[in-house]
Design a protein. Structure first.
Length: 490
């Protein structure tokens, strides 16, 4: 590039580096940017550049930081990316460069999405779309980002409407990169798959498979192996819905092999989540728990709290079905906490709903809190399947309702809090004894048999450790002193 001016060289490097993002080759992007930027966590060298070009370099390095940071699970990378991109926005907005600023805001929105902060991402993307041209590559990329956000929020019909109404942006725009066209078909396929699951419509699964084939074709033209791996993983989910588990596992094997080879840790964890979902569907809970735990550990490092919540729900489901109820409930409450912190309330609602479905022995307050919050957090759900699950949960709740909890009480009960082990065991023991007394109509003798304890042992536990349960047991019949019994016999 010796024949180029410094500004021309910077522009060329930035454009080529962003092309490497589309090709999923971070090392290539880093090599191209090396004279200007030393990598994630550093500031670019913009001395000698015109202000507008310096702003573009900040935009480029911020975008690459968010992408590489998510891919390689680099701590605080999304915050670093936002700070770099914000420097470009400051220049663009002060010089009335609205379209450039709008494009930069879409990348900041995606940083928020990677962290699971769905509402912030949606607001920024909608505002950016109002300022972007009605057609073209920048608009197409922003629409795809918004479709990702709507999928994460379980707003599947909104995603379908968004993609359908903007079909012309993807099909009639000339010179649109193959990777963008492929991403459009992939988003459509995910939408049809999720709606097919919600409505139990096999025909929608077939439409999803057709769109995946179109996506795979475009990604093949683009030479993007990572995106082709994502398509294979997504196809596996559809195949599992059709009961074709052997094919589904084969697709996940192929997809995971690719992303491991390219050292894409976040996608590797996501594909492990798919594997866990398949294993649960097959009833292989021990293997499912192991794989889901591995996925959750990796996604926690990545900082993507929506995907982490999904992995925790899968892990807890497997544990619950292995009869490890205490551990399962703890993990589900952790999932609620993670989603709640990210304001991903639909995910928190699914975790609360799973508590009701999978945990057999819940206190009345926990059961009611879980239902109240699941109902609130899933109020906007567009899934008929989720609404059906909520109705089933309501039936489980009826017998335990004593009073309406306030919203603050319900949230406080559900959010995971540190417990010492002795206190947790005491609470669990209390609930087990309570259930046994209810089942035996308060007869301690029968309750003791259910719990594998002696009559005297259970009575002592109730009196000394759980006195609030005394009203549930039948009155204690005191035996007369031994001396009185002997006189009576004489």
């Amino acid at each position: 590039m010796s024949h180029l001016s410094r500004d021309e060289e910077a522009l060329s490097r930035c454009k080529k580096a962003l092309e490497q993002r589309d090709n999923e080759t971070p090392q290539g992007a880093l090599e191209i940017m090396r004279p200007l930027w030393r990598g994630v966590g550093t500031r670019p060298e913009t001395q000698g550049l015109q202000p507008e070009m310096a702003a573009y370099v900040f935009f480029c390095t911020g975008t690459l930081t968010g992408w590489i940071g998510s891919r390689q699970q680099i701590k605080d990378a999304q915050e670093t990316a936002r700070n770099l991109i914000t420097e470009s926005i400051t220049y663009y907005e002060s010089n009335n460069l609205k379209r450039e600023a709008a494009e930069a805001w879409t990348e900041i929105a995606y940083c928020y999405w990677r962290e699971g902060r769905i509402n912030e991402a949606r607001i920024m993307l909608l505002e950016s779309l109002e300022r972007l041209p009605p057609v073209g590559e920048k608009r197409a990329r922003a629409l795809l980002k918004l479709a990702d956000v709507e999928h994460s929020a379980a707003r599947y019909y909104d995603a379908l409407k968004l993609l359908s109404e903007n079909d012309a942006v993807f099909t009639s725009t000339r010179h649109l990169p193959a990777v963008v066209k492929g991403s459009y078909h992939n988003e459509l396929a995910i939408t049809w798959r999720t709606i097919g699951t919600a409505e139990n419509q096999t025909e929608y699964f077939q439409r999803a498979l057709t769109e995946y084939k179109a996506a795979e074709h475009q990604f093949k033209l683009a030479g993007n192996h990572i995106y082709r791996a994502s398509v294979k993983n997504n196809e596996a989910v559809v195949l599992s819905k059709l009961g074709r588990f052997r094919e589904a596992h084969k697709h996940v094997d192929q997809a995971r092999e690719i992303v491991v080879r390219f050292k894409h840790r976040t996608l590797t964890a996501q594909f492990d989540g798919t594997r866990a979902e398949l294993l649960i569907a097959e009833g292989k809970y021990k293997d499912a728990e192991r794989v889901a735990r591995r996925a959750a550990t990796s996604l926690e490092k990545a900082g993507h709290r929506c995907w982490l919540t999904d992995a925790l729900i899968l892990q807890a489901t497997a544990l619950a079905r292995l009869e490890k109820q205490i551990r399962a409930q703890t993990i589900l409450q952790r999932a609620i906490e993670v989603a709640h912190e990210a304001d991903a309330l639909n995910r928190a609602g699914l975790a609360a709903l799973t508590i009701i479905e999978e945990i057999d022995r819940l206190s009345a307050d926990t059961l009611q809190a879980a239902y109240q919050q699941a109902r609130e957090w899933l109020a906007d759900s567009q899934s008929r399947e989720v609404l059906s699950r909520l109705n089933a949960a309501a039936g489980k709740l009826v017998a335990s309702v004593r009073r309406e909890l306030s919203r603050d009480e319900a949230v406080d009960i559900l959010l995971a809090k540190p417990h010492d082990l002795d206190q947790k065991l005491l609470e669990y023991e209390h609930d087990l004894i309570k259930q046994a007394l209810i089942q035996s109509d308060g007869k301690v003798t029968h309750a003791a048999k259910l719990l594998g304890r002696t009559y005297q042992g259970l009575g002592h536990m109730i009196e000394t450790k759980h006195p609030d349960l005394i009203p549930l047991r039948t009155p204690v019949r005191r035996r007369p002193p031994r001396k009185n019994r002997q006189r009576k016999h004489r």
